[in-house]
Design a protein around this ligand. Structure first.
Ligand SMILES: [Zn+2]
Length: 256
């Protein structure tokens, strides 16, 4: 069944009310969701760096192991050469073995130097690691606090939010796709998230520019879809001053 303009306006205004309520729920959360996300990303970045440090340390330790094996190998050779040197037949053989011994001695010295260097690098990496772990601990604490805060706020509005989401889906089904599309577009461009507004005290409820009396009369009739000529928002109706007073009284009563 084709709905009348009045029905369309009521339906889209209803959707706006739901969305505005959802907006205010999200507003209460403020920057918290983003801050939590940022901290999670930051910590994930630190974890990657931490892993790299640990890999670096492991690889330096591997190096040290290798150099130590080289030293053992050289020591074995030295022992062997020294035995051979006892049984040489001439000076030429003796000199050749002496050269080999010197070479192995040099090999040992180089390995020892590299072991010491790797040791220094390991110490540096371990210091970096410790510093990083401290930063991570701090960030994790920040994250825990913010996440807790967010969880509390989310829990407070969770039931209302899911009800609103269900209402929203139901409300959306009653509105033709074309109208939803322009509603979404106007809403995306509006700072306050308002795409459908009432005329209040003779002005557009979105941009507060005056709506001429004749236009107000047309809006009141609800015979066609009228948008604000200043901001392009859909004008769903005209709120009467009297109605305003009742709302005020209601507010006052409920506060008291
Ligand atoms: Zn306007």
């Amino acid at each position: 069944m084709e709905s009348t303009v009045a029905q369309k306006l009521d339906a889209i205004y209803n959707l706006q009310l739901i969305d505005s309520r959802l907006d205010s729920i999200l507003k209460v959360r403020g920057a918290l969701p983003e801050e939590v996300q940022d901290l999670e990303d930051e910590i994930a970045g630190y974890e990657t760096r931490l892993e790299k440090f640990q890999n670096d340390i492991a690889s330096f330790e591997e190096d040290i192991k290798r150099f130590k094996e080289n030293i053992k190998e050289s020591e074995k050779l030295i022992k062997k050469y020294q035995e051979q040197q006892m049984n040489v037949r001439n000076n030429r053989e003796y000199d050749a073995i002496t050269k080999e011994l010197e070479l192995q001695d040099l090999e040992i010295q180089v390995s020892k130097k590299k072991i010491a260097e790797a040791g220094v690098k390991i110490d540096q990496k371990k210091a970096d690691l410790e510093e990083l772990e401290n930063v991570m601990k701090d960030r994790q604490k920040d994250l825990d606090v913010k996440k807790n805060e967010l969880d509390t706020i989310v829990a407070e509005s969770e039931a209302e939010e899911s009800k609103l989401m269900a209402d929203r889906e139901k409300a959306g089904k009653k509105i033709e796709e074309r109208l939803i599309k322009s509603y979404t577009k106007i809403r995306a461009n509006a700072k306050n998230g308002l795409a459908v507004v009432m005329v209040k005290r003779g002005a557009c409820g979105g941009c507060f520019n005056t709506v001429p009396p004749q236009r107000q009369a047309d809006i009141r009739e609800k015979k066609k879809l009228i948008v604000c000529e200043h901001c392009g928002r859909i004008l769903a109706g005209v709120e009467d001053e009297v109605e305003d007073e009742t709302t005020k009284t209601k507010k006052r009563t409920s506060k008291a």
